[in-house]
Design a protein around this ligand. Structure first.
Ligand code: AMP
Ligand code: MG
Length: 425
């Protein structure tokens, strides 16, 4: 029997993240472009990653568009105020071309609605609020500069221009843009299959009645939710026992997926056998811990020996600590970029915002902390505070939280009112 990894490699948060990003880049570089993609209807595409370039099929907007309800004018007609102009027509949105004045002459105007085309001759739109109709004329009390309240034809995009590039995560705005250029289906990257293997003799499934010392499996479900949100397809394996042979069989099964996530069994306990099992399979360990809280025992590595030969970048695994908050946090910090790379697109950066701390924090140095917190407050006055928690097993506290306060490893005191980094969920 081979021993667990001989030297443990515990990295700083930054170094561990860097290692993951390096491996993600290797995976991306080794991929065959365009292989794992599928076409989906537009409404199935939100959150997926685009695998085709989307271009403008015509100028956007396709005509000079009024952004207001009001009157089209020649701005030079408004040098003396109030100005009285002759109304020669009404232009509504979608109006037939032959019902739109071909030219608006000096001294003339036409009423226009938001989204309607501005006719030739006019160079501005005056908002209806600054006008008073007088029979076939209108009195205007406000001047206008050329171009005011008009978006010129093609100002948003020229026909043929690239609007959405491969690898983009499809947000609501991107979906709307795709619709606006007539894409009812989109080519997206296939969801990578991510195996989830929970370990622990105390773990029972969600439908079982737990015995007095048993715990329901929550990690497989929180991970599955994160995998789905990150664009992957979770594959839940049966719970593995704290026993080497059973564990080995299920790890081999999990390595058939595009990525394997283990939870539990990576700490220092006598029955924490995950690293030992992976060593038996000749795994390479990139790190076996990170100086973070929660999630210090997190493991990242690659195991190619027992994976059937295939083109996919299989063999990567993470051993996530079993404590439920650690599992959730280490997924966000380390698994997500790898999942994105395996899915065929560039990993997204971690993004932090800053908010004022509501109550001081006293803490030991040495670990970068990602502590469950609540971001609240008024517009322009956001504030953030830790939720009371019982440590990294307290998923109830994390469910009450909406973000994490990030505390650099060198800090031991953060004062109330100080700006702190916040990582959103
Ligand atoms: P371990 O990392 O295996 O030492 O587990 C650390 C803690 O997390 C223990 O209290 C476990 O009972 C708990 N735990 C491990 N796996 C799960 C799971 N899938 N769902 C809920 N709690 C778990
Ligand atoms: Mg365990």
């Amino acid at each position: 029997m081979s021993a667990p990894p001989t030297s443990s490699t515990v990295l700083s948060f930054e170094d561990a993240r860097h290692v993951v990003e390096q491996q993600a880049a290797l995976v991306l570089a080794g991929r065959v472009q365009g292989s794992e993609t599928e076409s989906v209807p537009l409404l199935a595409a939100p959150g997926r990653f685009l695998a085709e370039p989307v271009a403008a099929d015509r100028d956007l907007p396709p005509f000079p568009r009024s952004t207001r309800d009001g009157y089209v004018v020649r701005s030079t007609d408004l040098s003396q105020l109030p100005a009285t102009l002759e109304v020669i027509g009404e232009i509504k949105a979608g109006e037939h071309l032959d019902r739109i004045p071909t030219d608006v002459g000096s001294g003339q105007t036409a009423s226009i609605m938001t989204g309607a085309p501005v006719p030739a001759g006019a160079d501005a739109v005056v908002m209806v609020e600054y006008t008073s109709p007088r029979g076939k004329q209108v009195e205007i009390t406000r001047s206008a500069v050329p171009g005011e309240n008009i978006v010129p034809r093609g100002a948003e995009a020229r026909s043929g221009m690239l609007l959405l590039d491969c690898g983009l995560r499809l947000t609501e705005a991107a979906i709307g843009l795709a619709a606006s250029v007539g894409k009812s289906r989109l080519q997206v990257y296939k969801r990578p299959r991510v195996a989830v293997l929970t370990t622990g003799d105390e773990i029972v499934d969600v439908d079982a009645t737990p015995g007095p010392t048993q715990i329901r499996n929550s990690n497989s479900y929180s991970l599955a939710a994160q995998i789905l949100r990150a664009g992957g397809e979770p594959v839940l394996l049966p719970v593995a026992p704290d026993e080497l042979q059973g564990l080995l069989g299920l790890i081999k099964e999990g390595l058939k997926s595009d990525l394997l996530l283990l939870t539990g069994g990576v700490s220092m306990g006598r029955y924490d056998l995950v690293e030992q099992a992976l060593s038996e399979l000749h795994a390479e360990f990139f790190f076996t811990g990170a100086k973070i809280q929660p999630g210090r025992p997190v493991v990242f590595g690659k195991c190619v020996a027992s994976v059937p030969a295939r083109e996919k970048p299989a063999g990567y695994f993470f051993g996530l600590p079993g404590n439920p908050v650690s599992t959730v946090v280490t997924f966000e910090l380390f698994v997500r970029p790898m999942l994105e790379a395996v899915a065929g697109h560039s990993p997204s950066r971690l993004r932090f915002l800053h908010a004022r701390l509501k109550k001081e924090i006293l803490i030991k140095t040495g670990l970068t902390r990602f502590l469950p917190a609540i971001l609240s407050g008024e517009f322009e006055k956001s504030e953030v505070e830790l939720v009371a928690w019982q440590g990294s097993g307290d998923i109830a506290a994390t469910a009450r939280a909406n973000c994490y306060i990030v505390i650099p490893s060198a800090r031991e005191h953060m004062k109330a009112g100080e700006w702190v980094a916040v990582m959103m969920r």
